[in-house]
Design a protein around this ligand. Structure first.
Ligand code: NAD
Ligand code: ZN
Length: 243
């Protein structure tokens, strides 16, 4: 196992630039359920219903009815050793960018600066009528909560049925097509268009290294099996031995 980490550490150091693509799995150890985790939030609440733009438009109270489960806790979730390891790798000059599908803001909290949140973030909440911004968790009460102008509030996240913000998608494409190593961490790699980014990286000659508790991206060149909060600090420790 040690030598495997050593080889991958060399790959990261020697084949720069390196970019990471992360999914719900990296935040699992912060206590945020992934889509697939047993007994998790999304087993009780079908995201295709509770996080759908059509349902939101028809009846925003459905979406907001689970605010107590997730949004209210926004400030209480903290980054784990996986997020911190990526921020450290960036500060060492060995990770150019993090592309995340997560809306939990934990990469930002951990100190990652080169960051694209392609599905947006729960940090920002807007009035759909006047555009006034509110910041989680300081929101008006109510299900749904209303702005003082009477408009309904909506987090700046991409719901099912909505398209991704163009600048974010362009940044994700640019980062993926110009990196030479991509770390694919804690994503089931099925939700488009994020799922195609590792392929974009590979087509442009990057080596793809997957970190997951079970293999999800069959095209990866290397696979590090385990929890992100264990694997990533270990990889960073190996990298430190080389520089
Ligand atoms: P997913 O739930 O489909 O897949 C999670 C992946 O993480 C799985 O492959 C699983 O094996 C892996 N995993 C679980 N625990 C892990 C750990 N400790 N370390 C490493 N890997 C682990 O998530 P996805 O691929 O990100 O796609 C789901 C969509 O849902 C995304 O669009 C995302 O925006 C959204 N979502 C976000 C959050 C969040 O913001 N934290 C949480 C749930 C879902
Ligand atoms: Zn308003």
């Amino acid at each position: 196992m040690g030598s495997e980490y050593g080889q991958i550490a060399k790959l990261v150091v020697n084949r720069q630039p390196c970019v990471a693509l992360t999914g719900a799995g990296i935040s699992a150890e912060s206590g945020i359920p992934t889509f697939r985790s047993k007994g998790g939030l999304w087993e009780k609440f079908d995201p295709a219903v509770y996080a759908s733009i059509e349902v939101f438009r028809a009846d925003p109270s459905k979406y907001w009815s689970i605010r107590g489960e997730f949004i209210r806790n926004y400030d209480t979730y903290q980054p784990n050793a996986g997020h911190t390891a990526l921020a450290e790798l960036e500060s060492m000059g060995l990770l150019r960018h993090v592309i995340t599908q997560n809306i939990d803001g934990l990469h930002r909290k951990a100190g990652s600066r080169g960051l694209t949140e392609i599905h947006g973030s729960l940090r920002e909440i807007f009035c759909v009528r006047c555009g006034k911004e509110y910041r989680a968790p300081h929101l008006p009460e109510g299900v749904p909560p209303f702005c003082e102008c009477g408009g309904v509030l909506k987090p700046n996240t991409v719901l099912f049925g909505e398209s991704l913000p163009r600048e974010a998608m362009e940044a994700a494409w640019r980062e993926s097509s110009t990196c030479r190593v991509m770390l694919v961490i804690g994503t089931s790699a099925v939700v488009q268009p994020a799922a195609s980014l590792p392929h974009v990286a590979k087509e442009h000659g990057a080596a793809v290294i997957e970190v997951n508790i079970e293999r999800a991206f069959s095209n990866a060149d290397r696979f590090l099996e385990g929890k992100a909060g264990t694997v990533l600090p270990e990889l960073v420790a190996e990298i430190k031995k080389l520089i």
